[in-house]
Design a binder for this molecule. Structure first.
Ligand SMILES: Cc1cc2nc3c(=O)[nH]c(=O)nc-3n(C[C@H](O)[C@H](O)[C@H](O)COP(=O)(O)OP(=O)(O)OC[C@H]3O[C@@H](n4cnc5c(N)ncnc54)[C@H](O)[C@@H]3O)c2cc1C
Length: 422
């Protein structure tokens, strides 16, 4: 089945919703594709109408009421069968969507770095445990250590505490002086300052260890304790769950599959969020990690520009600028320290899908070589987790993205082939 849209948005997080809203308000036929059951992306998981953030509610009520917007939830983009077309797998069909302009707003994922014991049951990503808890996973009464880096740790800890977890500590790898400088810089963004103070209140009494990182997780059939480096000392902390993530990484697979250029790890965009490929835009975490306010500002710019309203889009650029400054301070403050590269020992698994260890991988000198010899990155996650880890550990860059960009039903591919040959 073929469907046509003036503007097609991939991702229904803050960036995608803001982009769809801006384009739809100016009469475009807008399609929004998202692989979650509900819109909202990571931060508004559970549905935008359920959020305290009024921006989520406004965007959602306008979009739901708009006759020119169609949402496709539980739907994943698989690949581009032809120029200006995307093949999308819904729960029960495969659709080909044709677009005039495409906005990629596929967000980010966590950076997980291997350390001894990180594959034990009870060890998850920080945002990963938050998503599980928001989805109903019981953390009530569990002793949880939140570790890694970035402001997400505080948001995660607050969510877990709200759901009854007993927080035994928050371990932040960034040194105290950087954190102090970052805290002072929040004066430039009063809404972020207010958010931090709110989180500090919610987390009062929880031990916060700056300049600290996980050395190893210990247990048998489950996690029992975590060994932490705290400054020059080490400490062992008993806990049931460890939620450990080292910040976020842009999801760039779709952009890469379409031939868009990257700047470092993010999709390259110009002033109006245009990618290096004609009629393709990128907004939100995919074009650089910066949090919800930057995602909303970029989404609006992309939506207006994709609707052909360059003057309005340029006016919206000003608002985006202050959040880009915040994003720069974020990247500097929470950059992973060098010691994190040396945590894995030879037996530590790096590629969890294919059980490939650090000892095996360090005998190779490139992602491609390691992939061919060890199957690293060839499991169900297709290198989404270990690809980033090998980037930090060995300086490798994963090679080209393979189609389909996410695991697909054979029937979806067959249906698309039938359609293409008709
Ligand atoms: C696990 C996690 C938890 C987070 N929790 C918080 C928090 O509590 N507080 C906070 O301030 N910030 C949080 N963040 C940061 C947050 O992601 C950003 O601040 C903000 O949500 C970014 O908005 P976005 O629209 O760019 O991306 P997202 O909100 O990530 O939205 C992107 C959407 O695109 C979808 N998608 C991706 N690829 C495809 C595809 N191929 N086909 C279809 N759909 C696709 C994703 O499922 C997602 O729904 C979290 C980030 C992560 C990764």
């Amino acid at each position: 089945m073929m469907h046509d849209f003036d503007v097609l948005v991939i991702g229904a997080g803050p960036a995608g919703l803001a982009a769809a809203h801006a384009a739809a308000a100016h009469g475009m036929r807008v399609g929004v594709v998202d692989d979650n059951p509900l819109a909202g992306g990571q931060i508004w998981r559970g549905g935008p109408e359920q959020q305290r953030d009024a921006r989520a509610q406004t965007l959602w009520s306008d979009l739901r009421a708009a006759a020119n917007v169609r949402f496709m939830q539980r739907s994943r983009v698989l690949y581009a069968p032809a120029p200006k077309q995307l093949l999308v797998q819904t729960p029960d069909a495969a659709l080909t969507l044709r677009y005039g302009r495409l906005i990629i707003a596929t967000g980010a994922r966590e950076l997980l770095l291997p350390f001894p014991g990180w594959t034990l049951p009870g060890v998850t990503g920080a945002g990963g445990l938050q998503a599980l808890a928001k989805g109903g996973y019981p953390v009530d009464g569990k002793r949880v250590l939140v570790a890694g880096s970035g402001p997400l740790l505080l948001a995660v800890a607050a969510t877990l505490r709200e759901r009854g977890a007993q927080l035994v500590g928050i371990a932040e790898q960034a040194p105290l002086w950087r954190l102090a400088r970052f805290g002072f810089s929040l004066l430039a963004t009063p809404s972020k300052l207010a958010q931090s103070l709110r989180l500090a209140r919610q987390l009062s009494g929880v031990p916060y260890f700056a300049n600290s990182f996980v050395l190893a997780a210990h247990g048998d059939d489950a996690l029992r304790s975590v060994r932490l480096r705290r400054g020059a000392k080490t400490a062992t902390i008993a806990c049931d769950l460890l939620a450990c993530g080292y910040g976020l990484l842009p999801n760039v697979e779709l952009a890469l599959a379409l031939g868009c250029a990257l700047d470092g790890l993010s999709v390259r965009v110009d002033e109006l969020q245009r990618c290096s490929v004609d009629d393709v835009f990128c907004a939100g975490e995919g074009s650089g990690i910066g949090g919800v306010d930057l995602a909303l500002a970029e989404g609006r710019v992309a939506g207006l520009a994709a609707a052909g309203l360059s003057t309005l889009a340029l006016a919206a650029v000003k608002h985006r600028q202050r959040w880009r400054g915040f994003a720069g301070r974020l990247a500097y403050t929470f950059a992973p320290r060098a010691e994190l590269r040396a945590l894995a020992d030879d037996d530590t698994i790096v590629c969890r899908c294919e059980d490939v260890t650090h000892g095996e991988l360090r005998q190779h000198d490139s992602w491609r070589g390691a992939k061919l010899q060890t199957r690293c990155g060839m499991g169900p996650c297709q290198g989404r987790i270990c690809g980033a880890a090998t980037g930090v550990l060995y300086g490798w860059r994963p090679d080209a993205v393979r189609m389909p960009i996410v695991p697909a039903r054979a029937g979806s591919i067959a249906a698309a082939c039938d359609h293409t040959t008709v």
